[in-house]
Design a protein around this ligand. Structure first.
Ligand SMILES: Nc1ncnc2c1ncn2[C@@H]1O[C@H](COP(=O)(O)OP(=O)(O)O)[C@@H](O)[C@H]1O
Ligand SMILES: [Mg+2]
Length: 268
């Protein structure tokens, strides 16, 4: 694989805890969520636009706390109610066998018998995919205080309404993830490259590059990934076709603009 192909692959979206990058803002959100989980809350709402790092954060929290605390993660929503309740049951009572006809009502009864004896945390990613009826049940389960839910969902206008109307009464804490600053954008790109030992490539980027990248992506990590991936795609192309074009010590903003054009972020 050519050098630029390898560099491209670094900027493919992935949720790998060993590749987690601590940024000023991400550390802030991480600490906030960890503190919230320690509090006696029923539900915690984690929301933010797609690409702000919700899945990365929730996976990191899960990874860092699963040995110490009873924390469980459901990455992909289980939309079938029966399956979902079964899953929760195995989290709450891992050693006992699953009752044959485990319904939601039965599960609520079980939780009520465990009141004050059992407290677990369940992290629900992509929660915007649960139907409203399921969300309602999730909330009622949280009322038993046996399960504390961390509900992670995309913030769109529609979900904003859901968040306001349905959650207000019972969610005691909300954490909104935001896009990164120029500094976060710089640290994110440099740390990602350095993590893979590309020190010299990291040094090819300058302040003006980061400012432009931030302007084009608004500091959204998924968009940064796409832009840098495309940038190295262009570098890879020139390396074989016209190496003299990229024979510079630093990244030219012109190439970043070309990437943005290719992605439709800007128009010629
Ligand atoms: N702190 C971080 N460390 C490493 N990669 C990150 C971090 N935050 C975001 N990313 C990158 O950004 C991408 C999008 O983040 P993700 O958590 O999937 O966003 P969301 O779930 O909010 O849509 C991830 O695939 C990952 O590559
Ligand atoms: Mg996600």
């Amino acid at each position: 694989m050519s050098k630029y192909r390898k560099l491209q692959s670094i900027f493919i979206d992935r949720i790998e805890v060993n590749q987690y990058i601590g940024l000023d803002t991400s550390i802030l959100f991480y600490n906030k969520l960890r503190e919230s989980i320690k509090k006696p809350l029923k539900m915690i709402l984690l929301y933010g636009k797609p690409g702000t790092g919700k899945s990365v954060l929730i996976n990191k929290i899960y990874h860092d706390t699963k040995e110490k605390k009873e924390v469980f993660l459901i990455s992909a929503p289980i939309q079938n109610e029966e399956e979902f309740i079964k899953k929760l049951y195995t989290f709450v009572l891992p050693k006992s066998t699953l009752p044959e006809d485990l319904t939601y009502n039965r599960f609520i009864d079980i939780c009520n018998t465990l009141k004050d004896k059992k407290h677990i945390t369940v992290l629900l990613d992509e929660a915007q995919l649960y139907p409203p009826s399921m969300m309602e049940k999730i909330r009622l389960i949280s009322d038993t205080r046996v399960i504390k839910f961390v509900v992670s969902l995309h913030k769109t206008e529609k979900e904003d309404v859901i968040a306001k109307e349905h959650f207000q009464s019972r969610i005691w804490e909300t954490i909104e993830l935001k896009n990164g600053t120029v500094h976060d954008t710089q640290m994110y790109i440099q740390k990602k490259l350095i993590q893979q030992n590309y020190f010299e490539v990291s040094n090819m980027f300058r302040k003006s590059n980061f400012r432009l990248i931030h302007k084009l992506t608004k500091g959204n990590y998924r968009e940064i990934n796409k832009l840098i991936f495309t940038l190295f795609e262009i570098y890879d192309h020139y390396e074989t076709s016209k190496p003299s074009k990229i024979a510079h010590l630093h990244i030219k903003n012109r190439f970043i603009e070309m990437s943005a054009l290719k992605l439709g972020y800007i128009h010629a």
